[in-house]
Design a protein around this ligand. Sequence first.
Ligand code: SAM
Length: 236
Amino acid sequence: MMVNVVSVKPHEKYMGVYIVELEDGSVRLATKNLVPGHRVYGERLFHWEGVEYREWNAYRSKLCAALWNGLEELPVKEGNRVLYLGAATGTTASHVSDIVGSKGRVYGVEFAPRVMREFVLVAEIRKNLYPILGDARKPHEYRHIVEAVDGIYADVAQPEQASLVADNANFFLKDGGWLLLAIKARSIDVTKEPSEVYKREINTLRERGFEIVDVVHLEPYDKDHAMVYARFHRRK
Ligand code: SAM
């Protein structure tokens, strides 16, 4: 169904993100399509003043949900080098790819070959995506491929995500670099309340050199997750 666009404005708080107002009165978030004419996950394409935007679906992307829920800042910037752990088929990674633009790079690590095949197809079209078939628990195995990065985005739904992320940070993350970590609390420990799991994971991050900037819960878009935003300080 075609819905007409009434306006597209840059988001006041999140650079690289756009607010699209539609004729039916609804408001959507979107990113500027790096590869006009191409969709990644069936998202709507919006056209405004000669530019194409891709709808960013908060029910499909935890980063978008975190923005709707008021994340303190979007640390992903144009030109950034990003290490993305748990790239899956590239839904969120494609929006990160839009934001970092043609001067940026997104290294996407994914260990499921079937999923990776789809991500590779996305990366063939988006030249700033670098797919890596690998296990995020073993950063030494891809250290020869990944350069120093400005940020790490992690959404691997694994137990002990924080320590896995810290291991990757030690290899690749610049001093002062950012971390966005989607904590899937219930997959870490089904017997504990999410808040307890967040606390433990956040403690691990602190012990490993991260300063927590913000934690945003993702309801109603995603009931089981929170997004942690942190900064990394390398130990001298
Ligand atoms: N971030 C994606 C998005 O928003 O489009 C969704 C990621 S999905 C929740 C988690 C992904 O992490 C799955 O595709 C899974 O195969 C992958 N994964 C889990 N453990 C991993 C590991 N140790 N190394 C690499 N990938 C892993």
